[in-house]
Ligand binder design. Structure first.
Ligand code: PGA
Length: 256
């Protein structure tokens, strides 16, 4: 089964709703209809900008997908500060990042929380982007495969294979995020192959072949093509460079 390329911009805690409107408009001017045939494009603004970006996408009939950076697993209730899957779904959100390393490191998202969020996103009819990645110490200790496949298996525990087939995995080595220090494409290719092998082991070959696996960590217009050339890399999760519509558009059009 052919996997369509997927390039996702993770804006993190950047952009007011007014700035977000401008960013998505500028992005749309820089992309051609043909680009969207080849690549699925998504942006993940902060919660406060989702409604505004949704309006631009709908009004201008843009093929850009809307994503969120996090979610709570409960549908409603006394969870001060949290946002539920249904709330995101009603804004036309298609993708939700779960388990980003910044969430794991700064907001206490452990494997159990990531697993709950993954199920909640699927239950609400959206697509989780399950992020996994090793620290520099773990890489140097030679435990990368164990760490990333462990994170992935924990996130997917108990999810039926046909549902696993619909989700997206992002391999983001922590030492490459926001540092300008990208993983060597060979290293990223190896880690993504290990993740696909882990998917085969837990959910079967057919499911593993259907899941899109992204690379993330200091992706820019100059290095994207080398990552996309790897057999098991189907796209990218882009942080810093996604804030600049020129750079992000150049990443989307990685073959140009
Ligand atoms: P970066 O972030 O591209 O700024 O390294 C990637 C991410 O955290 O998703």
């Amino acid at each position: 089964m052919a996997r369509k390329d997927l390039i996702v911009g993770n804006w993190k805690m950047n952009a007011t709703h007014l700035e977000a409107i401008q960013m998505v408009q500028k992005l749309s001017y820089r992309l051609e209809t043909d680009d969207f045939e080849r690549v699925e494009v998504a942006v993940c603004p902060p919660f406060t900008a989702l409604r505004s970006v949704q309006t631009v996408i709908e009004t201008d009939h843009l093929p850009i997908r809307l994503g969120a950076q996090d979610v709570h697993w409960q549908e409603s209730g006394a969870y001060t500060g949290a946002v539920s899957p249904g709330m995101l779904r009603s804004l036309g959100v298609r993708f939700v990042i779960v388990g980003h390393s910044e969430r794991r490191a700064m907001f206490g998202d452990d494997d159990a929380a990531v697993a709950r969020k993954t199920v909640a996103v699927l239950d609400a009819g959206m697509i989780p982007i399950v992020a996994v990645g090793e620290s520099l110490e773990q890489r140097e200790a030679g435990t990368t495969e164990e760490i990333i496949t462990g994170q992935l298996t924990a996130a997917l525990r108990g999810i039926a294979p046909e549902r696993v087939a619909t989700l997206v995995v992002a391999y983001e080595p922590i030492w490459a995020i926001g540092t300008g220090r990208t993983a060597d494409p060979d290293i990223a290719g190896q880690a993504t192959a290990q993740l696909r092998a882990a998917l085969s082991a837990t959910s079967g070959n057919e499911v593993a072949a259907a899941v899109r696996i992204l690379y993330g960590g200091s992706v820019n217009p100059g290095n994207i093509a080398a990552f996309m050339a790897k057999r098991d890399i189907d796209g990218a999760l882009v942080g810093g460079a996604s804030l600049d519509p020129d750079q992000f558009a150049a990443i989307v059009r990685y073959w140009v």
